[in-house]
Every structure is written in C-alpha cells, then in structure tokens.
Design a binder for this molecule. Structure first.
Ligand code: BEZ
Length: 304
C-alpha cells in the first residue's frame, strides 16, 4: 500500500463522490476508481458500500479513514521534524494569542533567548485554531493558546489556569460594587466578545462560562479583537471579559473587577506536534516553568 492510496481514499470519503474527489486530486475519475478498487483488493475488505449515492463508508471504511488521516499527519510531522533536525542553524517559531503578550510571554521569550542565543526565535500572533493548522503545516513549532482540542496530532500541555476579570468603564454602575463581581451580575449588560472569527475562539470560552452559570447577558456583540473590545468599553459601549493578565494593559477609561465564580478561568496551553521532541521545545517549556518559579505561580510540570 502506498501513501497515495490513503490520500485518494480520504478525498473520496470526504467528498462522498468520485467526480468531486477526482477534481480535488486533479486527476481523471476512472484511474481514481481503479485505485480505490485496488486498495479494497489489497485489504480484502469493502471500504465503501456498493451502489450507495452519495457514497457511504462501511464500518471498516470509517475505521480506515480515521487511521489513514493519522498516518498522513504523522508523515507530515516527520517531514517537518527531520528538516528541523537536519538544519544546522536552530530556529524556533512561536505562535501566540494576543492576550498572552500581557502575561508572561515576553519574559519567557527573553529568558529563553538569553540562555540559547544560537536559536533564532520568531513570534507570530495567531488565534488558537490558526495555531493548530500552522503546527501541522510546520509554519510554527509551538503555539501558546487558550483552547483545548481533541486533535490527535497536536499535544497540548496545560501551563496554568488564569482567572477572568470584567473590564468596565469607570462610570459603569458595577464599579461601585464592593468586592468582586459574579457572572450573574452581568445579566442585563451589553457584553462585547472577541475575536469574532475564526471560531471557536476566546469568545466561545467566555460564552460557555456564562452558559455554565445560566447567565444570558442583555446583548452580546462580537468584535474583531481584544483592542477593539477595550476601546468600546472605554467609550461606554459595553463591558468585556478578559484574562486577568490583560489588566497590565493600562487603558485610559477602563477599570477591572475580578470574577469570583469558581469556573471563570481561561487556560494557557502549550501546543506542539505530537511526536516532536526537539530540545528547543523542552528548553522553552523549562523557561516557562522557571519564570513561574520566580513569580510563585503554581503549575503541574510536564515533560515533552
Ligand atoms: C503565561 O502568562 O503564563 C504565559 C503566557 C505565554 C506563554 C506561556 C505562559
């Protein structure tokens, strides 16, 4: 069996149609059908139900599809990692979500670069879902994001859970409230969430936290990014919920109040290609933990 058989089968299974799959693969339909037939003969099992329109996979076909995807992901990882090992110069491309810039990211990168000056570090701002694809494509080697994922080709290590806080205009009525706020205090509020796309995003994390507390805000407006949400808060156009490190962004006309609900937190995750054990990644993780040690931030250490 060749890798092309896996690629052809995945295209047919995803398109549920030979003509569309052949178009996607830039080939004619008869040779594609022959290749799938050949694959079934090699396996001695039917992968596609005979005569089904649109095509339906047999149980064996569904099984083969899931594993064929994993094999192709691993082949792609192997290529990216071998290229990294073979290169004399050491490089580390880091993807990060914007809010981590207000947390420990700058200190971590500075400490890592001081310890490993021979490694060329590049930083790329991107949402967590974009990081997943960039990791698979080899455009980044590690992603600092906030969303958990079930993708088997990506390993995500939880670094810490960060409390969420509410950002408000100093003239907002909730500012006078003594102590922290509860999610239920936000019931009649105009809530700004970000980013609008791609989804799922931090916006969905905030909405899920509210949903878990059975809170439906008066109005939810999706905005493009964190900076826009903060600007609109300053203009008195609503409130927003942010990770507490964002408080380091001293925005004129924005004040912050902690959220006291137990589940109102956002994780910070370290995402890498599943099989990648490059020393650069282990050293970066060690730099994260050494900053946490200095700051007294609690964590559960993991190794790559
Ligand atoms: C943090 O704030 O804990 C953090 C931010 C970016 C990367 C790693 C950790």
């Amino acid at each position: 069996m060749e890798l092309r058989h896996l690629r052809y089968f995945i295209a047919v299974a995803e398109e549920r149609n030979y003509t569309r799959a052949a178009e996607r693969l830039h080939m004619a339909q008869p040779p594609l059908s022959r290749q799938i037939q050949q694959l079934e003969e090699m396996l001695d099992v039917a992968l596609i139900e005979k005569g089904s329109r649109p095509l339906r996979l047999t149980e064996a076909g569904e099984f083969f599809l899931a594993h064929a995807r994993t094999v192709l992901d691993q082949v792609r990882d192997l290529k990216a990692m071998t290229q990294r090992v073979g290169k004399l110069e050491r490089k580390l491309s880091i993807g990060f979500v914007a809010s981590t810039l207000y947390g420990e990211l700058p200190d971590i990168v500075r400490r890592y670069s001081e310890r490993f000056p021979e490694v060329e570090v590049t930083l790329h701002e991107m949402m967590t879902v974009e990081q997943m694809q960039a990791l698979k494509d080899g455009r980044i080697d590690v992603g600092f994001g906030r969303l958990k994922s079930e993708d088997p080709s990506i390993r995500r290590i939880l670094l810490r859970n960060e409390r969420m806080v509410v950002a408000l205009s100093p003239h907002h009525r909730l500012v006078e409230r003594q102590g922290g706020l509860r999610l239920r205090d936000l019931v009649h509020e105009k809530l700004l969430v970000y980013p609008k796309s791609p989804r799922p995003s931090f916006a969905d994390q905030v909405l899920a936290v509210l949903g878990e507390a059975n809170v439906t805000p008066g109005l939810v407006t999706e905005v493009r990014e964190l900076q826009i949400a903060m600007g609109l808060v300053a203009a008195g156009q609503g409130i927003t919920i942010v990770p507490e490190s964002v408080q380091a962004m001293h925005h004129r006309n924005v004040v912050y109040r902690p959220l006291e609900d137990k589940h109102a937190f956002s994780p910070i995750l370290f995402g890498v290609r599943h099989m990648d054990r490059s020393p650069e990644l282990g050293n970066l993780l060690a730099a994260v933990y050494s900053i946490y040690d200095d700051l007294g931030i609690a964590y559960t250490p993991e190794t790559l």
